[in-house]
Write a protein that binds this ligand. Structure first.
Ligand code: TYD
Ligand code: MG
Length: 454
């Protein structure tokens, strides 16, 4: 048989090419392209049912199946991110940096779903069963009704799952799994794809939910979670800053619920504990309000979250001033600086600008624009905003303020946490958040004039 030609695969995004290059042309990552042998198609798979290859009228299905019952656990933050509980037969990917707490989260999740009545199997390819057992004891879950397995061979895992028929199987991690009919090393794109495909197919066929851990890797030595994102129903990322104990579980894709939902946890000596009021947590480190610090009333998924935007502006010793951002988008910062200069005549040339979202939070909403602009101005003018004030609103390139969604929810959350005033774009509906003094403005110039008297 003729040897099939080699293909070159990016371990970050899974893009394939016929020749090697230093940089992936699809995702732009460096040093992630590896040579792999393509998998032969093999014999056609055995039919999973009589309906194979045939179609059915959509209208017939509407009444045939009621929505699957979801299972809720005692971990409300995990349920929320899943879209309101675990859906049978769903495939879920939990990605995150090594050491962020994925195994801890899923072991606690395993125990919580077992408690809720599901049959749960936890398969670790990274740690021996005794190690998982030790961790469970440390987490106070020594007597949880979870079955453990330490296995990396995909064929054996599938056989185990067929035999034990769990409702939920946890695979830690997808990069350690290894299919013996695929010629490349564990962790390679081909292996990770094959393992994810087999496990997802099993989940669909047997109605068992599968949760897979995927390590995010920077060096491209092993394939990252992006490679399997499109195969699964739900993609969750577990994020956090090294120096902080807060961890955020964020859904970036969910076929069974809203995306962009977050669950907030705190890493303690006895595992992850749920944070039911994230705003209080993100604002807890706030001391006396200082110039450059502004509280942003944001929305994460379906829930309002307040967090503090901190800016520092200082004369630069360099020819090219620094722009450093933590927890927000650097491109968006450049845009706000440009709008402030072009529309309000406030230059930042010759000044270093640092922007930080306090508490290790990552903000992606454009609604944070006005809070960022307020923090930058406050730092530059060295004057604080009126006390106990929250700010939100999107800024357009023309300098106009655009109303944002869920104004009422933002205001209510601010009121609940003791804020007395809010600055927002004109047009948003305040509803019955009447305890706050709401100032609504139409453009950035009037904001600058009113707050900073410039
Ligand atoms: P782990 O779940 O092993 O991370 P991952 O699976 O994402 O690689 O968690 C690793 C870190 O969590 C480790 O540095 C120690 C910390 N940790 C705690 O602080 N408290 C705990 O109770 C546990 C189990 C871990
Ligand atoms: Mg782990």
């Amino acid at each position: 048989m003729a040897k099939s030609p080699a293909i070159f695969v990016c371990s970050a995004c899974g893009n394939t090419t016929s020749k090697w290059s230093g940089r992936c042309e699809a995702c732009g990552e460096w040093n992630t392209i590896q040579e792999e042998r393509p998998v032969s198609a093999g014999p056609p798979s055995k039919s999973l049912g009589a309906a194979k290859g045939r179609t059915v009228p959509l209208t017939d299905l509407a009444h045939a199946e009621t929505p699957p019952p979801r299972t809720s656990s005692a971990m409300a933050e995990l349920d929320r991110v899943l879209g309101g509980g675990l859906v049978p037969g769903s495939a879920i990917l939990v990605g995150g940096d090594p050491g962020i707490g994925k195994s801890t989260l899923l072991l606690q999740g395993a125990a919580a779903f077992a408690e809720a009545g599901l049959k749960v199997v936890y398969i670790s390819g990274e740690e021996a069963s005794a190690q998982v057992r030790m961790r469970a004891e440390r987490l106070g879950l020594g007597d949880a009704a979870v079955r453990l397995g330490a296995e990396t061979n995909l064929r054996d895992i599938l056989a185990t799952l067929e035999a034990e028929r769990p409702d939920l199987a946890i695979i830690d991690s997808i990069q350690t799994m290894w299919a013996d009919n695929v010629g490349s090393a564990p962790g390679s794109v081909t292996q990770v794809r094959a393992a994810a495909h087999e496990l997802t197919t099993l989940a669909k066929a047997r109605g068992a939910a599968v949760m897979m851990v995927g390590h995010v890797t920077k060096d491209g030595q092993i394939a990252g979670p992006r490679v399997v994102e499109h195969m699964v129903d739900t993609v969750l990322y577990f994020e956090g800053e090294r120096g902080h104990q807060f961890r955020i579980l964020r859904s970036v894709k969910n076929r069974f619920g809203p995306a962009d939902e977050i669950g907030v946890f705190e890493m303690t000596g006895a595992g992850l504990s749920e944070v039911t009021n994230p705003s209080a947590l993100f604002l807890s480190e706030r001391g006396t309000p200082a110039p450059g610090s502004v509280v942003f009333a944001g929305i994460e998924g379906t829930r309002p979250v307040l967090c503090e935007m901190q800016a520092l502006v200082a004369p630069t010793p360099h020819a090219q001033p620094r722009r450093t951002v933590v927890g927000w988008d650097g491109g968006r910062l450049a845009m706000i600086l440009a709008v402030l200069e072009a529309r309000c005549g406030i230059p930042f040339a010759g000044l270093d600008v640092y922007l930080n979202v306090a508490g290790g939070m990552k903000v992606t909403e454009p609604a944070a624009d006005l809070a960022v602009a307020a923090a930058l101005l406050s730092a530059r003018e060295d004057s604080g905003l009126p006390p106990e004030t929250v700010v939100f609103g999107e800024i357009s390139l023309s300098g106009a303020l655009r109303p944002v969604a869920q104004t009422e929810n933002r205001l209510k959350e601010a009121q609940k946490l003791g804020f007395t005033a809010a600055i927002a774009p004109r047009g948003g509906k305040a509803g019955d958040a009447s305890g706050l003094t709401l100032t609504q403005m139409g453009d950035l110039t009037s904001f600058v004039g009113e707050i900073f008297g410039a």
